[in-house]
Design a protein around this ligand. Structure first.
Ligand code: ZN
Length: 184
């Protein structure tokens, strides 16, 4: 009997689940953040995409992306900045990341400072910032009143990441589906 129940529930799960759409994202780890902290943060960022069609596939590298190979430039690039490269950007003090059309820059030294000041794990904040900036690469500019696409992320969003909760609204999931050409 339990076998049948299990089989039915598996069928139900397959029908209801959002089909995962693998999105390749290259992460450049310029500051040489320790691999464990980076992978914890990337795993938490991927969890924030639950309930959306996006399943980020992270590829990490520690060297800057070579402009000598334009044919190999990835569609989505996330660059963690170290202190010297962060200081070249003129942004507001509270800005933790910025996104252009195909790449985003993450101000890691500021995030490390904020995590220390709030006494939360680095991954709680870094995951939200990475999910937010990747959200811009997928959705374009614009923010929402709830979730990780709020214009200013704070404790409630950091809690989402720590608890492994979804970070995007249904409307944003639909927008991602439309932009990725997944609408039936
Ligand atoms: Zn934003």
């Amino acid at each position: 009997m339990w076998t049948r129940v299990l089989a039915l529930s598996l069928i139900g799960f397959t029908c209801d689940a959002e089909p995962a759409h693998r999105i390749e994202v290259v992460v450049v780890n310029l500051p040489q953040l320790c691999p464990r902290d980076l992978s914890t943060s990337l795993n938490a960022a991927a969890l924030l995409y639950r309930g959306t069609p996006v399943h980020p596939q992270w590829t990490t590298q520690s060297t800057p992306y070579s402009k000598a190979l334009p044919g190999n430039v990835p569609k989505r690039l996330i660059i963690l900045l170290d202190q010297p490269s962060q200081s070249k950007f003129t942004v507001r003090e509270q800005t933790l990341g910025i996104a252009l059309t195909d790449r985003a820059f993450i101000f890691l030294p500021k995030i490390q400072q904020l995590a220390a000041a709030k006494q939360v794990p680095l991954s709680a904040i870094l995951s939200v910032v990475i999910a937010h900036e990747l959200g811009h690469l997928l959705l374009g500019p614009g923010h929402s009143p709830a979730g990780v696409m709020r214009p200013t992320c704070g404790n409630s969003e950091f809690d989402l990441a720590q608890r492994g909760q979804p970070g995007f609204t249904r409307h944003q999931a639909r927008q991602m589906r439309a932009r990725l050409g997944l609408l039936r």
